[in-house]
Design a protein around this ligand. Structure first.
Ligand SMILES: *[C@@H]1O[C@H](CO)[C@@H](O)[C@H](O)[C@H]1NC(C)=O
Length: 239
């Protein structure tokens, strides 16, 4: 019996409205080593239970009108975890240690949040999707040295039942720096790593385009005025 090694993530989507409407979801899931309870709206994370801090976290940006779920939501999440773990054990017994489904991430992408300006604070995003079970581990390096201080959101369920997680690392782009995000998942024999190099063309460069347009436009305008004036004078002379 491989009971100890068996790891699974059961998830229940409590309410998903029809396509085209808003999608309000709640995820309660657990495994031997992980648990999640979160509320989402239209693909955004509204709130999740932080089982270390023992409270609900509202990771919404400051421009959103603040809101809170009712008192006791965190306690309810803790209760759901117990139910989930109980159900999982019963299912294991009942189904004679059923095999675990595993899907490696179907995509790992690395990109910056804002357009790159050298020396200006920005965020690197590592977007991981299409995996099951949750979660993935994401770690970062800068010029091959490990860096800390990144954050990752709780797994968000996709329409096909796989998960998405997004890790963020605050960074200040300096020419020549190389970053990497390393993704570990149960279904990957070795980590998937993506690299990001700060290159000269990373910087948003408006190039010569605008100056050329401006020069040509101004010249044409002035020529137009000159030609117009010429004919105006000529016209006046004739009459
Ligand atoms: C993720 O990290 C934790 C803690 O270091 C470890 O126990 C777990 O096995 C890792 N998961 C994967 C899929 O590598």
């Amino acid at each position: 019996m491989k009971m100890k090694e068996l790891l699974l993530f059961l998830s229940c989507v409590l309410s998903v409205s029809a396509d085209g409407q808003h999608s309000d979801i709640s995820i309660a899931g657990c495994s031997d080593s992980y648990g999640e309870h979160m509320y989402g709206l239209d693909g955004e994370e509204m709130a999740y239970a932080d089982f270390n801090k023992k409270e609900m976290i509202y990771p919404l940006p400051p421009f959103i009108d603040p809101f809170k779920y009712v008192e006791g939501t965190y306690e309810q999440a803790v209760g759901q975890q117990q139910i989930c773990k109980g159900n999982m054990q019963n299912s294991r017994k009942g189904m004679k240690d059923f095999p675990l489904e595993r899907d490696a991430p179907s995509a790992v992408m690395i990109y910056t949040r804002d357009e790159v300006e050298f020396g200006e604070e920005n965020y690197l995003i590592c977007y991981v999707t299409g995996f099951y079970p949750a979660p993935v581990n994401v770690s970062w390096t800068k010029n091959k040295e490990k860096v800390t201080g990144s954050s990752i959101n709780v797994p968000y369920i996709n329409k096909d039942g796989t998960f998405t997680q997004i890790s963020r690392l605050q960074f200040t782009p300096q020419l020549g720096d190389t970053y990497s995000c390393k993704v570990e998942h149960l279904a990957l024999t070795e980590p998937a790593t993506k690299f990001y190099e700060v290159e000269a063309f990373s910087q948003s460069d408006p190039g010569v385009g605008p100056s050329v347009f401006c020069g040509v436009g101004l010249t044409l305008g002035l020529v137009g005025v000159a030609v117009g004036t010429f004919f105006l004078i000529k016209g006046n002379e004739c009459s």
